[in-house]
Design a protein around this ligand. Structure first.
Ligand code: KIV
Ligand code: ZN
Length: 512
């Protein structure tokens, strides 16, 4: 059996179904481009019929991101498949991914269909999708709770209808590893035609077993895994790409499997997804958490200093975490700055470089030593921002335990300075209210979080927050500064700028 495992990334579809996550088309394109650099085989770009935004994003990714298969999700009916194809047709390698549930619970309560009807709908959907493309994946939703012989008959029918990949999801994260492996093995042994297709698995993490179930299924012969960056997704999330890939990489001796992933792009991809979704990574998260390679106890530190492999099974560099702590400073020039960014893998345009260099110099005035993590934060701030409608000119705060927190802000819009002041329950509230007075919007702050980019008292604080205008659509904003209140103001403005930009785009679409 082939050792090659295909990585199907569904960060932009199942991952985007995480509560509170909503990405716009530009953000989805950025993530898709980074996923292509990471070397995933398939990007599931969205569910085109689900919303106009999804349709737009899948269309843009299919058109612009090359060298990778782009998949779009569709329920097992012609209208969904037509819309999915509409979005996918410009892709270099398009895949239609159609699904219907096969468990009795879903048939009885959700679909209100009998087993024969579902089998026929599945086969008809695959046959219809094959009219458009030769790459068609079928998923049997809630497969792991389905009757296994019935599931085999459904899979036989979709394979006969032309499916090239069949996916066996553990939709509700109910399976345990031995059981799931046996289930996959049973399907492999009892489904006519299964040898002609790729068997895929898709595991949710409700019991914290998504990665373990995925690896068990690979042992049973599955060769495509569906996963997300940082394990984001519905409820407890999906199987985490970085954990599956690094398990295969680190334990090649046991698993004997290969992927096309460039592991050195893992950390960068993880940061990008966290920044754009606003989903903070827990410090102890395997592979990409802040503490994943940190050694705290004296005994461990001593061991690692004597010989790294005493307590380290992977090198941080292998996943793209740079170890160089050096360090640019106030006197470093543009050339050294550009050089270090290039070493970190950032290729910037002259204009982006100029902006990033100005931020670097401003930071160097406040912070003596600027590390790679600081540089990453600066670049993320500069090149991942939407072109701003408002920029922060100045911020003045008066706060303390015995005064009413008050903020005065100066914002620039088209070269003009606009100033307002406001009081609030706390300094962040006062800042948001002052900005709202300038913009005329009345946004609600849904949540606010801070992370120190590096250690030390002069560390950069990175604020990630979420705001909403209508109570439904949530927008993420991010800002950095050595001053956490300034970082909050920048993050809030970043979110407001995104809201305004999206409003403009929707307005433009309404007129077309
Ligand atoms: O969890 C699931 O079953 C899914 C399918 C649509 C593949 O996400
Ligand atoms: Zn799923």
């Amino acid at each position: 059996m082939s050792k090659r495992v295909y990585i199907f990334d569904t960060t932009l579809r199942d991952g985007e179904q995480s509560p509170g996550v909503s990405l716009n088309t530009a953000e989805k394109l950025q993530i898709a481009r980074q996923l292509a650099c990471l070397g995933v085989d398939i990007i599931e770009a969205g569910f085109p019929i689900a919303s106009p935004g999804d349709l737009q994003a899948v269309t843009a990714i299919a058109r612009d991101v090359k060298g990778v298969t782009v998949a779009g999700l569709a329920r097992a009916n012609q209208q969904d498949i037509d819309v999915a194809w509409q979005a996918l047709k410009q892709a270099e390698q398009p895949r239609i991914h159609t699904f219907i549930a096969t468990s009795d619970i879903h048939l009885q309560y959700k679909l209100r269909m009998d087993r024969q009807q579902v089998l026929e709908a599945a086969a008809a959907a695959v046959a219809y999708a094959r009219r458009f493309t030769s790459d068609v994946e079928f998923s049997a939703e809630d497969a792991s709770r389905s009757d296994k012989d019935y599931l085999c008959r459904v899979l036989e029918a979709v394979i006969a209808a032309g499916a090239t990949v069949v996916n066996i999801p553990d939709t509700v994260g109910y399976a345990v590893p031995q059981e799931y492996a046996a289930f996959i093995r049973y399907i492999m042994e009892n489904t006519r035609g299964i040898e002609k297709v790729i068997v895929s698995v898709h595991c949710h993490d409700d019991l914290g077993l998504a990665v373990a179930n995925t690896l068990a299924a690979l042992g049973a012969g599955a060769r495509q895994v569906e996963c997300t960056i940082n394990g984001i997704g519905e409820r407890a999330g999906n199987a985490s790409l970085e954990e599956i890939v690094m398990a295969m990489h680190t334990r090649r001796d046991q698993l004997g499997l290969e992927t096309a992933i460039n592991t050195r792009e893992i950390y960068r991809t993880s940061r990008l997804v966290s920044t754009l979704t606003g989903m903070v990574i827990q410090p102890n998260k395997a592979i990409v958490g802040k503490n994943a390679f940190a050694h705290e106890s004296g005994i461990h530190q001593d061991g690692v200093l004597k010989e790294r492999t005493t307590y380290e099974i992977m090198k941080p560099e292998t996943v793209g975490i740079s170890h160089s702590n050096l360090v640019l400073g106030k006197h470093s020039g543009r050339h050294a700055f550009k050089e270090r960014l290039a070493q970190l893998g950032y290729v910037l345009t002259e204009e982006e470089l100029a902006k990033a260099f100005t931020s670097f110099k401003n930071l160097a005035d406040r912070k003596k030593e600027i590390t790679d993590h600081d540089l990453e934060a600066i670049v993320e701030e500069e090149i991942r921002q939407v072109p701003p409608v408002y920029t922060l000119d100045y911020l003045h705060i008066s706060t303390g335990s015995t005064v009413v927190p008050t903020a005065t802000v100066g914002l620039l819009k088209e070269g003009q300075r606009l100033e307002e002041a406001a009081c609030g329950n706390g300094p962040v509230d006062a800042i948001c209210r002052a900005i709202d007075k300038v913009t005329g919007l009345s946004c609600t702050l849904v949540n606010w979080g801070i992370r120190a980019v590096t250690s030390g008292k002069d560390a950069i604080g990175e604020v990630t927050l979420k705001i909403t205008l209508d109570g439904e659509k949530v927008v993420v904003g991010r800002g950095i500064s050595t001053d956490v209140l300034e970082a909050s103001a920048r993050a809030y403005l970043n979110a407001v700028n995104k809201l305004l930009k999206e409003g403009e785009n929707n307005h433009a679409n309404d007129h077309h």
